[in-house]
Design a protein around this ligand. Structure first.
Ligand SMILES: NC(=O)c1ccc[n+]([C@@H]2O[C@H](COP(=O)([O-])OP(=O)(O)OC[C@H]3O[C@@H](n4cnc5c(N)ncnc54)[C@H](OP(=O)(O)O)[C@@H]3O)[C@@H](O)[C@H]2O)c1
Length: 305
């Protein structure tokens, strides 16, 4: 069946489920069924998607040709395992980091399984329309499914990105340096400026134009200009900001924590790059006990393959 005619179903009516289902509906795709942990969430989403029905997870799998599991990462395997999948149907999860192995029950029942991870930060359900045009969507799965997923991603105006086998954890942890970690870094600036008596609202007002200017520069000039400065900072054996952070009692680079959160990077990364990834991941994680994102957990420590 062509991607255009696939009946789409969603299990999980939170931020990603709502953003994706409403985007597909706006793009003219057929969203037929939505389930969630609470029927109220599913009903709230179907109100925004004409023709969709709020039902139980099993009914979503029975009615849809392709099911998007948009539940939290740690619920994917449990939810997928509780369903009898139709042979020939398909099921994808939307996590950037979780393995496809979490869908092994669906694969054992004869469904095609894959990954569909929008590189986008969705807003609270229904609060603002999520524009996925121009965003990358990282895809994984067997070829027959990948072709359909690519067409679906393109129908949203997004750019499909194929991930190599075994590369998901590194892809996601590294992507967070340009996404979720930026929020943690802004929080960090605000906290440090507070020591200088600068109020949070004033700090944010000062930082937003800086952030926008930085993004504009990267868009205009590419990452090379910034990268050169970054590389210069790295070339110092003990950069001043690392020392200042260490003095504040934070994590130091490479302070091994056994194997907790270890990510193996492919060959070709220099030891300095690995040290830098590790330092920043640990620094951000240790400074954010409330965790802006659970991905901070998996970005604890990097080592060479
Ligand atoms: N948020 C993002 O920006 C973003 C971006 C890319 C990918 N993702 C991925 O998308 C997935 C969902 O993340 P999210 O941020 O959308 O999470 P979320 O806002 O917390 O929403 C998760 C939804 O899943 C539902 N749910 C939880 N446990 C369930 C269960 N056992 N059975 C059925 N439904 C269940 C919840 O239901 P109720 O509302 O009914 O309680 C909630 O609506 C994750 O894999 C995440 O990595 C998220």
């Amino acid at each position: 069946m062509s991607a255009e005619k696939l009946k789409l179903g969603f299990i999980g009516a939170g931020r990603a489920g709502t953003g994706l289902a409403t985007s597909f509906a706006r793009a003219g795709r057929d969203v037929v069924a939505v389930a969630s942990r609470s029927i109220a969430s599913a009903q709230a989403l179907v109100k925004r998607v004409r023709g969709a029905r709020a039902c139980a997870p099993q009914e979503v799998a029975d009615r849809a040709d392709l099911v998007f599991l948009t539940v939290p990462d740690d619920a994917i395997e449990r939810v997928a395992s509780g369903i009898r999948w139709r042979a020939g149907s398909a099921c994808v999860h939307c996590s950037g980091a979780a393995d496809l192995d979490a869908l092994k029950k669906a694969a054992a029942d004869g469904a095609l399984t894959g990954g569909f991870h929008p590189l986008h930060m969705f807003g609270e359900p229904g609060q603002s329309p999520d524009a996925l045009a121009g965003c990358a969507i990282a895809l994984a799965g067997p070829d027959a499914l990948l072709k359909k997923l690519e067409r679906l991603a393109r129908s949203l105006g997004a750019k499909p990105l194929r991930l190599p086998e075994g590369g998901r954890a590194l892809y996601h942890a590294a992507a967070n340096f340009s996404g979720a970690f930026v929020i943690a870094l802004v929080q960090e600036t605000i906290a440090l400026w507070k020591k200088l008596g600068i109020a949070e609202a004033d700090a944010l007002a000062a930082l937003l134009p800086l952030l926008r200017g930085t993004v504009d520069n990267v868009e205009r000039l590419g990452a090379a200009g910034k990268r050169a400065r970054f590389a210069r900072a790295l070339s110092h054996p003990e950069p001043a900001h690392h020392t200042a952070c260490a003095r504040q009692g934070n994590a130091e680079a490479g302070d091994g924590e056994g194997d907790r959160g270890v990510i193996t990077v492919p060959r070709g990364f220099t030891s300095r790059e690995i040290r830098h990834l590790t330092f920043h991941a640990q620094y951000i994680r240790d400074r954010n006990p409330n965790r802006a994102t659970n991905s901070l957990d998996c970005a604890g420590h990097f080592r060479q393959a």
